[in-house]
Design a protein around this ligand. Structure first.
Ligand SMILES: Nc1nc2c(c(=O)[nH]1)N[C@H]1C(S)=C(S)[C@@H](COP(=O)(O)OP(=O)(O)OC[C@H]3O[C@@H](n4cnc5c(=O)[nH]c(N)nc54)[C@H](O)[C@@H]3O)O[C@H]1N2
Ligand SMILES: Nc1nc2c(c(=O)[nH]1)N[C@H]1C(S)=C(S)[C@@H](COP(=O)(O)OP(=O)(O)OC[C@H]3O[C@@H](n4cnc5c(=O)[nH]c(N)nc54)[C@H](O)[C@@H]3O)O[C@H]1N2
Ligand SMILES: [Mo]
Length: 783
């Protein structure tokens, strides 16, 4: 690529003097974050309890699984940040709320809000003073319960963020179903819902078919749209090991993510002595944003070419035809589609050269065991489901499902986002589960489908929501079309947020509003005199116990489970089959109920938990049992797509992707630095290809306004982003989430699953005038 800037002037550069991902900087960062939160780090017993199967707590950060035999310090830099952030010595007390109106707090940054520390008291909004006042729990339960019970249940929304335990999530959906709602917007609707919907269409199950052990046997690992170094750092150890034993790692990502280029494993003495690290990706393909369908079909085309040639010349076949014949359907149509695709189109749509795609196909053809991993770069697209189908086609062509060392590995986000869905947080639950719920609790669950995140936002926009209750998370900051949706929230009669720290969603409130502080996962949860264990399910389907180790941040905190029970008791007339207090006294009783509603999945739940502390849920596709309509795995592809020019890249607008920085957990901003991308002290940057900067008459350092391209006639723009030169494909831009969320139309989502398309945001750019920049600087100076 011809850059007007030299490589060493690029942000995120990866020249030979650059530090690898991980390494000493990672250890130093871990200590710094503990110090900042005034939590002692050296010899900290807390960190020795993390991710241990019995008696330890599960890291509240990502969903990457624990190894079979966890090391004594089984955590990563970003897990440590999450723990330090939760274990902070800082407190957001009633005195804090007494001295700030919510209007005033709205001007604070996300970082400043959460930095106040842990919430300590239940609070109720006072419209006269525009402040939160303390309230006692029983009054809060009673007032909320009475209001909620008075509404039309189809106008009540129950949001869930993925840190919630299985037990809390199960009671949460029970609460909703008793009410008569099926509106369960869930953070997965902005995340891996695409996977949950598309993967079963291909192979009959919506979860990973791999275990960690498979990674030890893989010859070739594809990484599509996933930044493991920041978002699932414990995966890096496995990739590091895979490379050292000669496996190929083939990455498709518009950005050169530092840890995927080179990584020094903090657990490996040699890496730490030299601070050199190991090259992680043996091939790095900077695919155009949204270009993965073309890239993967190109790989498949190449594989077919080689296989056809072998067939004609009596050579060794590279496609697993026996597997295809026995286990799949749709192959012939897919093969014909790929054979007919002109290379010119593949190159244009993927942004990759034919030779690069052939090289990736070469790695696949050499390998006996292939794993494909993917993250938000695949799911958060208008054609996210099609993306996933193509990844599965690539696996199915080689019979790479149900084989040791091979499989499909969606890398999930929140530590229990997968489990929340498994136990029943779902706006489209099926009859089998609902009838068991009815039977177990003597209720009558609503059968019609309810709202996911996108439908909930649209209901808010139509002023059709009477109550919004959030179990964790930061809904009003994480969603698309933020400004538009938030402008309607003041019309909602009741908003309730259950949280650990203050965030923007607590300031954007309904006419009546409550903020209820919950125990965090790192904290001891004592009920009826006994320390309780909760469970979570990681991204590879392991269900495990977690027991907090710290004293609670405040004596007034209640567990999420106790809070739902408190609300339940205050909302409903007594029901002999739902004894809320009895359930809270011993969380094993909730697990028994989970088992009763899903006996095939959770048989012997408590016994299996007690035996080993962790068990793997059965995944039929691992045994080549395909729970699809036809009983076979399916080759699926979007008919017509890529044969027309409708979505070809053009020069008129840019595609913007929104990503996480290294010092961030979703809407939680730990600091303004992103070490891996060489960006320090600010998040208001726009990553842009140097040749595009020049072509459009900008200069690095210019401040610009981004305007969304959409056909609904609504103007969406965000300003104040500083252009930085970055190594990413032409016509592609990168910026941080949630800073750009105002730009994303709520209608911009995956066609099949409704997942917000946070990685394909068509935008145009305009230079800010001097007056605009000055006005903005003035604003900053006064806030
Ligand atoms: N420390 C930390 N850990 C986290 C989180 C966090 O915020 N901080 N968040 C958690 C959550 S909820 C989630 S869902 C996960 C998210 O983890 P990731 O899935 O890694 O999420 P993103 O940061 O959004 O990064 C997506 C990656 O996809 C690439 N990408 C963007 N568009 C495309 C495309 O069109 N094609 C391809 N091939 N690649 C593309 C981006 O360059 C980026 O590297 O992490 C979880 N873990
Ligand atoms: N543009 C764009 N938008 C995106 C994304 C993107 O990549 N780009 N990513 C999407 C994705 S993948 C996701 S998952 C969503 C995230 O959406 P959410 O899950 O709603 O957001 P978080 O930022 O994870 O929520 C942080 C808050 O959770 C609360 N919290 C933390 N721990 C606990 C706990 O143990 N209990 C309770 N009750 N509360 C707790 C704290 O108060 C904290 O402020 O954002 C989505 N939005
Ligand atoms: Mo996520």
């Amino acid at each position: 690529m011809a850059h007007p800037l030299k490589d060493d002037e690029l942000h995120g550069k990866q020249g030979k003097y650059d530090a690898p991902g991980g390494g000493w900087q990672s250890i130093r960062a871990t200590e710094t974050h503990f110090l900042r939160e005034k939590v002692p780090f050296k010899g900290n017993a807390l960190m020795l309890k993390i991710n241990q199967p019995k008696g330890g707590f599960e890291c509240p950060s990502c969903a990457w699984p624990n190894p079979g035999k966890p090391g004594p310090a089984e955590f990563c830099e970003n897990g440590a940040k999450a723990v330090a952030w939760e274990a902070t010595a800082a407190r957001t007390t009633p005195e804090f709320f007494a001295s700030h109106t919510l209007t005033e707090l709205l001007d604070w940054s996300d970082h400043a809000l959460e930095k106040q520390g842990r919430l300590t008291h239940p609070m109720r909004y006072n419209a006269t003073t525009d402040k939160y006042d303390p309230i006692d729990w029983d009054t809060a339960y009673r007032e909320i319960g009475e209001r909620v019970a008075s509404f039309d249940p189809t106008r009540v929304e129950l949001y869930t963020s993925g840190r919630t335990s299985n037990e809390a999530a199960f009671l949460w959906q029970l609460y909703g179903r008793m009410l008569g709602t099926h509106n369960f917007p869930d953070c997965s609707n902005m995340c891996h819902e695409t996977t949950t919907v598309a993967l079963p269409q291909s192979i009959g199950v919506g979860k990973a078919t791999t275990t960690l052990e498979d990674f030890e046997h893989a010859d070739c690992i594809f990484l599509f749209g996933q930044n493991a170094g920041t978002n699932s750092p414990r995966m890096m150890g496995l990739l590091h090991e895979a490379r050292l034993r000669g496996a190929e790692v083939v990455t498709f990502n518009p950005l050169r993510e530092r840890a995927l280029v080179k990584f020094a494993n903090p657990q490996t003495p040699k890496d730490m002595l030299t601070n050199q690290g190991v090259p992680i990706s043996s091939q790095y393909h900077q695919v155009r944003i949204g270009g993965d369908i073309a890239a993967i079909q190109g790989i498949c085309k190449r594989i077919l070419e080689v296989d056809d040639e072998a067939r004609d010349n009596g050579g060794e076949r590279v496609i697993d035809h026996d597997f295809i014949a026995m286990h799949t359907d749709g192959f012939d149509a897919f093969a014909a589609h790929c054979r007919n695709l002109p290379w010119e189109r593949i190159e244009r749509h993927s942004g990759l050269e034919r030779a690069a795609i052939e090289q990736a196909a070469g790695a696949w053809m050499k390998a006996e065991r292939v794993i494909c991993c993917w993250g938000m770069g695949i799911t958060q697209h208008m054609r996210g489901g099609d993306n996933i189908h193509q990844i599965l086609n690539l696996l199915l062509m080689g019979g790479h499902i149900g084989r040791r060392g091979a499989g499909a590995c969606p890398v999930r986000g929140h530590s229990n986002v997968q489990g929340d869905r498994t136990v029943g947080i779902f706006h489209k639950s099926g009859e089998a589960f609902l009838s068991k719920m009815d039977e177990s609790f003597g209720i009558d669950c609503r059968r019609e489908h309810g709202h996911d995140v996108a439908l909930c936002c649209e209901a808010i926009l139509r002023d059709e929501v009477d109550a919004f209750l959030g179990m964790g998370g930061n809904f009003f900051r994480a969603i698309a079309d933020q400004a538009r949706v938030c402008a309607h929230v003041e019309k909602i009669p009741l908003t309730v947020q259950i949280a650990t720290k203050l965030n923007r969603s607590h300031l954007i409130h309904g006419k009546a509003a409550y903020l209820l502080p919950a125990l965090a996962r790192t904290e001891k949860d004592v009920q009826a005199g006994v320390e309780q264990t909760i469970t979570i399910e990681d991204g590879m389907c392991n269900v495990q116990g977690s027991k907090g180790a710290l004293e609670p941040a405040s004596e007034h905190l209640r567990s999420e489970i106790a809070i739902v029970a408190g609300l339940g008791k205050a909302t409903f007339a007594p029901n002999p089959k739902v004894d809320w207090e009895w359930l809270v006294e011993d969380y094993a009783r909730i697990r028994d109920k989970i088992e009763a509603t899903q006996p095939e999945t959770f048989y012997d739940f408590n016994a299996r938990l007690a035996a080993t502390g962790v068990f793997h849920l059965d995944i039929a596709a691992r045994d080549r049992i395909w729970n699809t309509n036809s009983g076979k795995a399916h080759f699926l592809f979007p008919e017509g797509h890529l044969t027309e020019d409708e979505s070809a890249p053009d020069d008129m607008h840019f595609q913007l992707l929104s990503i996480r920085g290294h010092d961030q957990y979703n809407t939680t901003v730990y600091s303004y630095d992103d070490r891996y991308r060489d960006i320090y002290g600010t998040r208001m940057v726009l990553m842009m290809n140097p040749a595009d900067i020049e072509k459009h008459g900008f200069e690095a350092g210019n401040k610009v306004t981004l305007t969304a391209v959409s056909d609904d006639g609504i103007e969406r723009r965000v300003s104040g982003f500083k252009i930085i030169a970055y190594d990413l494909p032409r016509n592609c831009l990168g910026a941080y989430y949630p800073e750009v969320n105002d730009l994303i139309p709520v209608g911009n989502r995956d066609e099949q699953s409704n997942t917000i398309a946070g990685k394909s945001i068509p935008v145009t750019l305009a230079l800010m005038s001097t007056a605009e920049v000055e006005a903005e600087t003035g604003l900053l100076a006064t806030s």
